[in-house]
Design a protein around this ligand. Structure first.
Ligand SMILES: Nc1nc2c(ncn2[C@@H]2O[C@H](COP(=O)(O)OP(=O)(O)O)[C@@H](O)[C@H]2O)c(=O)[nH]1
Ligand SMILES: [Mg+2]
Length: 319
C-alpha cells in the first residue's frame, strides 16, 4: 500500500474546522431550527464545494427533515458526508490501480518485449505547482520501486530548467534538460526516447503554464502530444492537470478548458495546506469527473499524498 492519508488531516484542518465547527454553532448541539437552513447554505457555499453539490446537500437535508423534524446536527453532518461520498464514487482514484493497468508493476518474464514507459504529462496554469509536483511524483514513483525520468519541457521561463535540476540533484532522478526557447515538443520527444533506451518505467513531462486563454499554449501542448505519439501511439498515456486549490472557480474554468482542448486523464490538486478552500476538490472534480490521483500539501518533496476520497470527505466533514 502507498503511504496513507493521515498527514493531510492536519493540513486541511482549517477547512474541516470551518465546516464542522460551524455546523455545531448553527445547531447549538440541538434540533435543527428551520432558520438554520440559510446558515447551512451560506456555509456550504463558503466551503467551495461547488453549486451542484451544495444544492444536492441542501435538498437531502430538506427531505430528511420532512421525515424527521427532530433531526440534529450530527444527522446533518452525516447527510453532508453521504452526498460527498456519492460525488466521488464510481471513479477509481487509486494510483495502484493505475499502475497495474499500465502493466508497469507486472513481473517481466525473460524474453518478453520490454513494456513501454508510462508517460505522464503535467499541465496547468502558471504557478499551479507543476514543476514541484513533477519532482514530488518522481520521488513518489522512485520510492515505490519505479525508475523515473523527467523532461524539462517548460522552455518559456528562464529559471524553469534550473528549478527542476535542483530537484533532480536532490532526489536523484534522471532529467532531460532544455535550453530556454527550445521546442517543448522536441524535449518531450527526447525524454521519451531516453526513457526507452535507458529502460525507465515512468516519464514525467513538466510543461509551461501560460494562461489557459492563450491559444498558443494549447497548440504547444497539442503538438507535444502529437510528437511523442509518433514514438508510440499510446504516448502520453496520461495527461494530468495540476490545479491550485486556492483559486476556486478560476481553477474550474481553466480546468474545463484544458480538458476540452487536450483530454485530461487525471488531476492533482495542490496547495491544500494553508487554504480555507479545502472543499475545492469537490467543485473541480464535479465538473471534470476524472480521477484525482494525488493532492499536494506543501512545498517539500514528501508533501504529495495519493487521494483517498473517503478519508478526504471524513476530514472535510467530521461527524
Ligand atoms: N504550500 C504549497 N506550495 C506549493 C505546493 N505545490 C507547489 N507549491 C509552490 O507553488 C509555487 C509554484 O510552484 P511551481 O511548481 O513552480 O509551479 P508551476 O509554475 O506550475 O511549475 C512554488 O513556490 C511552490 O513551492 C503545495 O502543495 N503546497
Ligand atoms: Mg514550472
Amino acid at each position: 500500500m502507498f503511504r496513507l492519508f493521515s498527514k493531510v488531516r492536519a493540513r486541511i484542518e482549517s477547512a474541516k474546522n470551518k465546516l464542522t465547527a460551524s455546523f455545531k454553532s448553527i445547531f447549538h448541539g440541538e434540533k435543527l431550527d428551520p432558520s438554520a437552513m440559510d446558515q447551512i447554505e451560506a456555509l456550504l457555499y463558503s466551503a467551495d464545494i461547488g453549486v451542484e453539490t451544495t444544492e444536492n446537500i441542501l435538498a437531502a437535508i430538506r427531505s430528511a427533515r420532512e421525515n424527521n423534524p427532530q433531526m440534529r446536527g450530527k444527522e446533518v453532518s452525516m447527510i453532508c458526508q453521504n452526498v460527498l461520498f456519492d460525488v466521488f464514487r464510481g471513479v477509481d482514484h487509486s494510483v495502484e490501480t493505475l499502475l497495474k493497468n499500465e502493466k508497469i508493476v507486472a513481473e517481466g518474464a525473460i524474453g518478453e518485449v520490454p513494456t513501454p514507459p508510462l508517460v505522464i504529462g503535467l499541465i496547468g496554469t502558471n504557478g499551479s505547482g507543476k514543476t514541484t509536483t513533477a519532482a514530488k511524483l518522481a520521488g513518489f514513483f522512485r520510492d515505490n520501486g519505479k525508475s523515473v525520468i523527467v523532461g524539462a519541457c517548460d522552455t518559456f521561463r528562464a529559471a524553469a530548467n534550473e528549478q527542476i535540476r535542483i530537484w533532480a540533484e536532490q532526489l536523484h532522478f534522471d532529467l532531460v534538460e532544455s535550453q530556454r526557447g527550445a521546442d517543448p515538443a522536441s524535449v518531450a520527444f527526447d525524454t521519451c526516447q531516453a526513457a526507452i533506451s535507458r529502460g525507465r518505467d515512468v516519464v514525467i513531462l513538466d510543461t509551461a503554464g501560460r494562461l489557459h486563454n492563450k491559444s498558443n499554449l494549447m497548440a504547444e501542448l497539442a503538438k507535444m502530444k502529437k510528437v511523442i505519439g509518433r514514438i508510440n501511439s499510446d504516448f502520453p498515456q496520461h495527461l494530468w492537470l495540476v490545479a491550485d486549490a486556492h483559486l476556486g472557480t478560476n481553477t474550474i474554468t481553466s480546468a474545463q478548458k484544458f480538458h476540452e482542448e487536450l483530454g485530461l486523464t487525471g488531476m492533482i490538486i495542490t496547495k491544500l495546506d494553508g487554504t480555507s478552500r479545502g472543499g475545492a476538490i469537490v467543485g473541480i472534480y464535479q465538473k471534470l469527473r476524472i480521477p484525482v490521483y494525488f493532492i499536494g500539501t506543501g512545498e517539500g518533496h514528501g508533501d504529495l499524498m495519493p487521494f483517498v476520497f473517503d478519508e478526504y470527505v471524513r476530514t472535510l466533514v467530521a461527524v
